[in-house]
Ligand binder design. Structure first.
Ligand SMILES: Cc1cc2nc3c(=O)[nH]c(=O)nc-3n(C[C@H](O)[C@H](O)[C@H](O)COP(=O)(O)OP(=O)(O)OC[C@H]3O[C@@H](n4cnc5c(N)ncnc54)[C@H](O)[C@@H]3O)c2cc1C
Length: 347
């Protein structure tokens, strides 16, 4: 009998399996290779301040410290420190940045040389720098972890069929796999999961373009002017993204492509070519907090999901918290524990 069956090898399933392995627990991961899952579509940016008012993101001091340790141990060559060059798109945004700098300069500073990026970008209102930020190389991390699991025979590349799952109070059966529990790390598929579909998920569609900009050679900076431009694999760049709460399908749209190409034309001075365009759906939640823990009526069924726009910083931290709960009985933080939805999940 295995300790855990994990469904999904995105950033959540990858870190959960890593911490289970560290704790000496046995597991099997089932994941069907799909091209544009949230983790495959993401830029991989960890940014400590966001939004129009440049506010610190939830738990960021703790999450940044933890992320450095977690990626350093699991995938040391898949995370690097970067500066976010924040070109002010409007006079209001410049003012908001200056106000924030006066009140609390943590993570932000004003450019020492306003002309530093003149040769590559058009910008009229100067820029600020957000640092430290971190960039996770997901196109390298996910396949590397996958190959390792395939070598160790802990990953099955196949579709997980809910109909074939039997739940007992203290174990589960899935085809030939018997385990003490199943933990769903299946991203947006959990929206229709019979055990967790009642959780207040709020799917959010995002699109990105992949660009070749041969004359831009930047591995230590990410750029922002309304949209974000980040180094991607093979010397290419990722640019995006949209945030759609209401959408009829998950396909890439001409609207996004045209709008982004127009914005790039007004921003980047260097020749560029669009290589790819994709769309994906973020497993976001109504209260913008993850879903972690075990079903109130089915103790053998767990979930690690709802990472929204911040999977790269939240997934390692809460995968570790979930394993500490399983192995040492430590409490799951109440504002992420799915037990907070015990009433809806018990209906
Ligand atoms: C355009 C875009 C940009 C983003 N940029 C960033 C960013 O810069 N920084 C950041 O921190 N976050 C970013 N995010 C958010 C981040 O991608 C998510 O929070 C995170 O990837 C969610 O990971 P996950 O493991 O929960 O889900 P997923 O990555 O979706 O993984 C779920 C896995 O389960 C598998 N699966 C599902 N159902 C089945 C089944 N029935 N059988 C077998 N396998 C199954 C899927 O194939 C998949 O591999 C972005 C998201 C998008 C869409």
């Amino acid at each position: 009998m295995k300790d855990v069956l994990i469904v999904g090898q995105g950033i959540c399933g990858t870190f959960l399996s890593w911490y289970l392995e560290q704790a000496g627990r046995t597991f099997v991961v089932i994941d069907e290779e799909r091209p544009h899952t949230a983790s495959r579509a993401a830029a991989g940016l960890i940014n400590p301040v966001t939004g129009r008012r440049i506010v610190k993101t939830w738990m960021i001091d703790e999450l940044l410290d933890f992320a450095q340790k977690a990626y350093g141990e699991m995938a040391p060559d898949c995370m690097r420190r970067v500066d976010l060059i924040d070109f002010f798109p409007t006079a209001q945004m410049r003012l908001a940045f200056l106000d924030r700098l006066k009140d609390d300069p943590q993570y932000i500073q004003l450019a020492a040389d306003d002309h530093a990026w003149d040769s590559s970008f058009h910008y009229e209102l100067g820029f600020g720098t957000i640092a430290p930020c971190y960039l996770v190389d997901l196109p390298k991390l996910l396949p590397t972890a996958r190959r390792r699991m395939l070598d160790q025979r802990t990953l099955r590349e196949e579709y997980f069929d809910q109909q074939a799952l039997t739940i007992r109070p203290d174990s589960i059966q899935y085809k030939d796999i018997t385990a003490r529990m199943v933990i769903f790390c299946d991203g947006i598929a959990s929206f229709s999961n019979p055990y967790f579909s009642r959780l207040p998920f709020a799917p959010n569609k995002g699109e990105a373009l992949i660009l070749d900009i041969p004359q831009l050679d930047q591995q230590t900076a990410v750029f922002k002017k309304g949209i974000t431009l980040a180094p991607w694999k093979d010397g290419l760049y990722w640019v995006g993204s949209s945030y759609e709460w209401s959408f009829s399908d998950t396909n890439p749209t001409n609207t996004f492509r045209e709008r982004t190409e127009a914005a790039l034309k007004n921003w980047i001075k260097l020749p560029l070519q669009v290589i790819d365009h994709f769309a994906s759906v973020r497993p976001a939640t109504l209260e913008r907090r993850p879903f972690v823990g075990f079903h109130p009526l089915h103790p053998a069924v767990g979930i690690l999901n709802g990472m929204g726009t911040k999977g790269c910083s939240l997934a390692p931290y809460f995968a570790h918290q979930l394993v500490e709960h399983m192995v040492r009985g430590k409490a799951i933080q109440p504002n992420v524990d799915v037990k907070r939805f015990a009433k809806i999940l018990s209906r």
